[in-house]
Design a protein around this ligand. Sequence first.
Ligand code: TYD
Length: 206
Amino acid sequence: MSSGRLITIEGIDGAGKSTLAVALEAELRTRGVPVELLREPGGVRAAERIRELVKDPDLHIDPRAEALLFAAARAQLVEDAVKPLLRDGTWVLLDRFVDSSLAYQGGGRRLGIETIREINEFAIRGLRPDRTLLLVVDTALGRGRLGARARPLERLEREQEDFFRRTAGAYLELLAEDPTRIKRIDGSAPPDRVLAAALEAISDLL
Ligand code: TYD
């Protein structure tokens, strides 16, 4: 039995996941919770190599290959890092997990949520988040925040508005399906309010 908790952070690009992840990690540490922050795709060496592939704007990657690459990176991260940490009693804060694939590849790429769930089941072998914090922002706000970053857009970020609308829609479907695990947080609020809402959403686990 694992005693660590798995908390995942989800949302479309520009929703504010990474800002929340860093703040929540610091707050949990302050409260004496042993916690490690990891990100997807990546987090361990082999998965970081896959991350370079899936982000490269010069590559054409077929949607099915893309779904399998994200699942492969996830399988590696789960075996090498997430499961051992949880077994040791460490909490794992994960910036994206299976729901990202369900939303982006299932919804955005229109491969279907159930198909993507199946390949991910193979990859993660039953691991379930204890709680998922879904940052919800208007797709236009998310896109605007991306454009304001001082770096070129990555491969998936170059997708059109309707791709992100389908992705955001799939996230809301997942929320409706499992409101006990997934908690909706307003990503347009200031960072301190987002952090407070996240702490409230995991208060029963603390
Ligand atoms: P992310 O690391 O959140 O981007 P950044 O750190 O630059 O904010 O995710 C990289 C991209 O990969 C992002 O556009 C979302 C996408 N993605 C998927 O399409 N499916 C997945 O399963 C995952 C984990 C990410």
